[in-house]
Design a protein. Structure first.
Length: 157
């Protein structure tokens, strides 16, 4: 299964350009997590202590507003989530719920420290990749906000 997991990581943007020993180090610190449909990987406001790599299933990204669940998006097998809290060390900004039975790899924050100690260059590549992924998602959110502001002029700043 290690070869399958290494190949899964190689296909993901946040692990792009990383060498096999670094990927194996990351995987060695991770654990497999089965999440039944309807349950949460984490909730908005929880401490951010790990990154998740979705091996199978779909997850819903949600936020609470005025006691209502607001859907923000959906992620699928091969996507990752939870990276923002690993960068900014802040609580989770949204909840992630299993929209169907899911299988994920959980990569704890301490793994990043081990990567930092073991191979600083690979750590830098990983951190740049995570920054790019967060930036990509921010651009999508900006486009959605821009489209909403065009439709609802009363919400313009």
């Amino acid at each position: 299964m290690l070869n399958d997991d290494v190949e899964l990581l190689r296909k993901m943007a946040v692990f792009g350009g990383m060498n096999r020993p670094a990927l194996e180090l990351v995987l060695g610190a991770g654990r497999e997590l089965q999440q039944p449909s309807g349950t949460y990987f984490f909730r908005e406001g929880d401490p951010g202590e790990s990154l998740f790599i979705l091996r199978s299933g779909n997850v819903a990204i949600e936020r609470l507003w005025q006691e209502q669940v607001i859907p923000l998006g959906e992620l699928h097998a091969g996507d990752c989530f939870g990276e923002m809290s690993l960068i900014d060390l802040m609580p989770r900004s949204a909840s992630v719920r299993a929209a169907m039975d899911c299988l994920a790899l959980e990569i704890p924050q301490r793994c990043l420290y081990r990567l930092y100690q073991h191979d600083l260059e690979q750590y830098a590549i990983f951190m740049m990749n995570m920054g790019r992924e967060v930036s990509r998602r921010l651009r999508i959110a900006d486009e959605r906000l821009f489209a909403l502001e065009k439709q609802l002029p009363e919400f313009r700043p």
